[in-house]
Design a protein around this ligand. Structure first.
Ligand SMILES: [Zn+2]
Length: 329
């Protein structure tokens, strides 16, 4: 590849090009340009600005001559036939340029997010301009069905909590201003629409322990009924704790009682054993008797008499009585 030199000077829509093969010029602007080249040929360029898509075709006087020369005239024709291929190319140009311009318009439409640009300059949303449904959008459909978005018939709620239940309204987009919220016992709970919600949501707020039924309705339709039971889990837990404490205290009291009873029984048994032992010791204690006397003595020298040894039980068995002086008789 040889050394290239390129220089262009613009005069408005006219651009003059200087190159090593001579001086050429081009006329046109963004999107379409016809260039007369220095070597005598012609270039047409059509493009979509900003996309890099373009169509280029070159015409040269030499190729034109070659093209016409390559098509032999029909035999027997006396007059020269005009060049067919060159003519074809010229007729193709308006379609190509038109197609590119159409593509460009479509492209700019898509860049505008699919919004139609009306020649008058008005920009209107495509749905509104095309669909008749957009007209009926302003009409509010009637409510044909109401339901609470809760799949069970019963609900248990602690008194410290609230619960939000979405309301499913058909038809979609219906005015929900007339939907009423119902509770069978406002003393137990309230049921009211949530204030800061875009959609219809019912809030159950407990007031006291008990049971109430909730639903939503209009003059025409009514939702299912949900039975809400409000419980005070704190109170229940406290009562359970108190009951457990009482049971524990009762058990402890019983255990103490049983322990005391057992101790008393043990003490009684010990006492009895001691008494028995004492009795046994008493029965076997030594007494002093005489073969003819009617008394027994603890003191072997009582009254200076002469005694024989015996035991208390033997002496009692013999019918003897205690000496008044030494045996407490
Ligand atoms: Zn005595």
């Amino acid at each position: 590849m040889g050394f290239r030199f390129r220089k262009s000077v613009n005069f408005g829509p006219l651009r003059v090009n200087f190159s090593k093969s001579g001086v050429g010029y081009s006329v046109g602007g963004k999107g379409f340009r016809v260039t007369k080249k220095a070597n005598g040929g012609t270039r047409m360029t059509a493009s979509i600005p900003g996309t890099g898509i373009s169509y280029v075709e070159d015409f040269s006087s030499s190729s034109k001559k070659k093209t016409s020369g390559s098509t032999p005239p029909p035999s027997g024709a006396s007059q020269p036939t005009p060049p067919t291929s060159g003519g074809k190319k010229r007729r193709k140009w308006p379609y190509i340029v038109g197609a590119i311009l159409f593509a460009g318009v479509m492209g700019s439409c898509m860049q505008n997010g699919g919004v139609d640009q009306v020649p008058g300059g008005e920009v209107t949303p495509p749905v509104a301009s095309m669909s008749p449904a957009a007209v009926s959008e302003t009409e509010t459909p009637a409510i044909t069905s109401l339901s609470l978005d809760y799949d069970q018939a019963d609900l248990e709620l602690d008194i410290k909590d609230t619960i939000s239940i979405p309301v499913e309204v058909l038809e979609e987009g219906a005015d929900t201003a007339d939907v009423k919220f119902s509770t069978t016992d406002p003393a137990v709970l309230t049921f009211a629409p949530q204030e800061d919600s875009d959609t219809l949501v019912g809030v159950v707020t407990p007031k006291a322990e008990g049971t109430a039924e909730i639903s939503v309705f209009t003059d025409q339709v009514q939702s299912q009924v949900i039975t809400v039971t409000v419980i005070d889990s704190e109170r229940i837990a406290a009562e359970e704790a108190a009951a457990q404490k009482a049971a524990e205290e009762e058990a402890a009291r019983k255990a103490a009682e049983e322990a005391a009873a057992q101790k008393a029984a043990e003490e009684a048994a010990a006492q009895q054993a001691a008494q028995q032992q004492q009795q046994s010791q008493t029965n076997s204690r030594t007494v002093y008797i005489t073969p003819t006397g009617k008394r027994y003595h603890y003191n072997g020298n009582c009254n200076g008499g002469t005694y024989i040894r015996s035991t208390l039980s033997e002496a009692q068995a013999m019918g003897l009585t205690p000496c008044k002086k030494c045996a407490g008789g």
